[in-house]
Design a protein around this ligand. Structure first.
Ligand code: ZN
Length: 200
């Protein structure tokens, strides 16, 4: 097939269409929008993307995405480091923070177990969590993984791994929409799920 698109255009369309939720049609629309947009959006976007990896690190303690390690939450003496809320993704930290119902620390797993997709425990920050709990002996570990099949399996697996530490482990109360993401749960529902958490 003849090359009908200028190569940089085809290239950006191909890259954008690899993003979750963006098909080839949306990718084309975005690319041509950026091409025509007169206010320097394309340059601003390029700079923001370059800064995204250059300007961020993973916190060495909680593995949240931050500008420095330890992150502001881990470094905050007003936060209760004796409570560790375990979440799947950095976006979930924001969701829990929005509830204003939790003032402890976090541990970001960077995913949920899904053997069918090749996501085994080694791919997540689970060994790091077990080591952190073993050495710091917090008062409580709250498993706030999503109320999905993968999230529940991840919570069960972590619970088993933490048993030997003797640290109390709790799980968010049921009542969150099943299959939903913490990230999209409203603050009231999420703070109720946190308050109603139960021992595993
Ligand atoms: Zn941190």
């Amino acid at each position: 097939m003849a090359q009908t698109l200028a190569r940089p255009v085809a290239n950006l369309i191909e890259i954008l269409s690899r993003l979750p939720g963006v098909g080839p049609k949306t990718a084309s629309r975005l690319t041509f929008y950026l091409l025509r947009e007169p206010n320097g959006l394309a340059i601003a976007l390029a700079e923001a993307l370059a800064a995204l990896s250059a300007g961020t690190v993973l916190c060495e303690r909680c593995f949240n995405v931050a500008e420095a390690s330890p992150c502001p939450i881990c470094a905050d003496p007003a936060r209760d480091q004796q409570q560790i809320c375990v979440v799947e993704e950095p976006m979930d930290v924001l969701a829990v923070e929005r509830t204003d119902a939790f003032h402890g620390a976090y541990h970001v797993l960077h995913g949920a177990l899904s053997p069918i997709d090749g996501i085994y425990p080694e791919k997540l920050k689970i060994a790091e969590l077990v080591e952190r709990v073993r050495t710091s002996q917090p008062a409580e570990v709250i498993l706030a993984t999503n109320p999905s099949l993968e999230g529940e399996n991840t919570a069960s697996y972590i619970y088993q791994q933490l048993q030997a530490t003797g640290v109390p482990v709790t799980r968010l109360a049921r009542g969150l929409p099943v299959g939903g993401d913490l990230e999209y749960t409203d603050e009231v529902t999420l703070s109720r799920a946190l308050e109603g958490r139960r021992s595993m």
